[in-house]
Design a protein around this ligand. Structure first.
Ligand code: HBI
Ligand code: FE
Length: 283
């Protein structure tokens, strides 16, 4: 969607969570998803993520009530979760993040969709995205991302920001003294990709580099072919404009990189054998 089809004013998308409208089936779906994910994430997810789940009371009893969760989140980092019907236009999205408001879908998938949904539902948005926002450094990064997005929109660099979001906020990994850990929400809310991203020999795992990520295409229909790895749990890239503006100009002269390709300058942590993606018939 873009401003031609919808407003860029975030207020046009904010709705009430409608906590009272959730059915027993909805809460049971949350319980199934949350219990399964917490089990699979053990030893694979960043400790700060589990700490965030616990401090926010995002548990396994049922769908969290934003009114309760937001009191804790606001106290910790000044963020709050706001309910929206689904994906919203980029500008509205960036404006919300810049104001420390995280847009989360209020609806939850149906039981028959338990393993995969196309659009992000409340389980992906809240279980996947919100726990790390309790970390001040990540909370600052997400706000800086929103601010950078508003400037990117003025400089024809929206695709650069979408790629950065994809490879850090959604599908980022991080080095820790205990080994690689998941920090991306798209992985943290997916049982299959939780295992695949760390254990499979198929994907590349490459040290994060801001310019490299902003050149790299991504796929939305399957596991990633390359994961980018932060140097540490708190090594979220600084997004100062005096760094981004010249970088965006330099990138104009450089080709996009296909999701599974490696570059000579990559610091490759593990080279994938592509077995998963090669095995799948080219659709
Ligand atoms: N809208 N509600 C919502 N949630 C998102 O994660 C989201 C969005 N709009 C745009 C978007 N993400 C991405 O294209 C960002 O990279 C801009
Ligand atoms: Fe997401």
């Amino acid at each position: 969607m873009n401003s031609a089809t919808g407003s860029d004013d975030p207020r046009d998308y904010l709705v009430s969570q409608g906590f009272e409208n959730y059915t027993d089936t909805d809460h049971a779906t949350w319980r199934t998803l949350a219990r399964r994910q917490r089990e699979i994430l053990k030893g694979r997810i960043a400790d700060q993520f589990l700490e965030g789940l616990d401090r926010l009371g995002i548990g396994e009893e049922g769908i969290p009530d934003f009114r309760v969760m937001n009191q804790r989140l606001k106290n910790a980092t000044g963020w709050e979760v706001v309910a929206v019907p689904g994906l919203i236009p980029d500008l509205a999205f960036f404006r919300l993040l810049a104001a420390r408001k995280f847009p989360a879908g209020f609806w939850i998938r149906k039981p028959e969709q338990i393993d995969y949904i196309e659009e992000p539902d409340i389980f992906h948005d809240v279980f996947g995205h919100v726990p790390l926002i309790m970390q001040p450094i990540y909370a600052d990064y997400l706000e800086a991302y929103g601010r950078a997005g508003l400037v990117a929109a003025e400089h024809g660099a929206l695709k650069r920001l979408a790629r950065l979001y994809w490879y850090t906020v959604e599908f980022g990994l991080a080095q820790t003294p205990e080994g690689l850990r998941i920090v991306g929400a798209g992985i943290a809310s997916s049982p299959g990709e939780t295992v695949f991203s760390l254990d499979s020999p198929s994907p590349n795992r490459v040290a994060f580099d801001l310019g490299r990520v902003m050149r790299t295409l991504y796929r939305i229909d399957d596991y990633q072919e390359t994961y980018f790895v932060l140097d540490g749990i708190e090594a979220w890239p600084s997004l100062d404009l005096d760094r981004l503006l010249p970088l965006w100009r330099d990138l104009e002269a450089q080709e996009d990189i296909k999701p599974g390709d490696l570059q000579p300058e990559d610091r490759v942590l593990s080279r994938g054998d592509g077995s998963y993606h090669r095995a799948k018939p080219k659709s």
